[in-house]
Design a protein around this ligand. Sequence first.
Ligand SMILES: [Zn+2]
Length: 294
Amino acid sequence: MELLSRRTVLQRAGALGAMAGLAPGLAHAATLDSDLFTSDEAGLLVDSVVVLGERSAVLVDAQFTAANANLLADMIAATGRTLESILITHIHPDHVLGLPILLDRFPQARAYAQTDIQAILAQILGGMHAQIAGGAPAGVFPDRYVVPEALSADHIMLEGERIEILPPMAGDTALITPVHIPGLDTLVATDIAYIDTHLWMEEAATTDGIAPWRDSVAALQAIGAGTVIPGHRKPDSPNDASVFDATLAYLDHWERARDASGTAEEFRARLMEGTEELGFAFAIDRGVAAAFPE
Ligand SMILES: [Zn+2]
């Protein structure tokens, strides 16, 4: 039997792609696909992405409430793939508290977070879970939490395709690892980009906090991915490069409203001008309080 080198396989795949009228570079992408899950407003409109190989899958972010995590698990089960890995992109509870439900449903899966992010989660996730789940009716959140394993590698392999984990960068919190899937022309921007929702501004309320966020947006825009999945959006909102413009426009609006205001009440009123229709209203009070502390 002839053993083919990867280059030979890719050349042949390229030839097949050309025969089918496709650009050669697109031919090998046919093995990957993806599914997107967006939570309801109670789950804070969080996106989770399932990268699908032919037999296996990798999940990016694990949802907030038990109900949304279960719906996500149903969606993964319906693909028929074996869930191998779950990557948690940052420390926020709306991306990690649902993790035990995914691990119960897919016990063979292993959950990871980048080393620095994992170290913080190991310190704070217990307290975060106690505060949030303890303050809600039973069953709204999983009754336990799971700290993901530390991942020092800059990628996860899925059936021979690289899922690139970008170095931590700032967005709505200091350390976020976006995920680039070249084989799908897809960038999972997670909480560096939002569209049609308010932004979580509590940790980036000052100009010093916002500047590195803008830098991260610029770095992700430069990748030029065709599909860009933000951390939060409404279920029918776009997932393309326009999410970056939406994020920058909100940051501009936020800074202008803040700088024109002398009190929290004034700021809140200005912030709400033109943003009444946005989702994730839960973020507003915490951001306003951070900009105008009592
Ligand atoms: Zn988030």
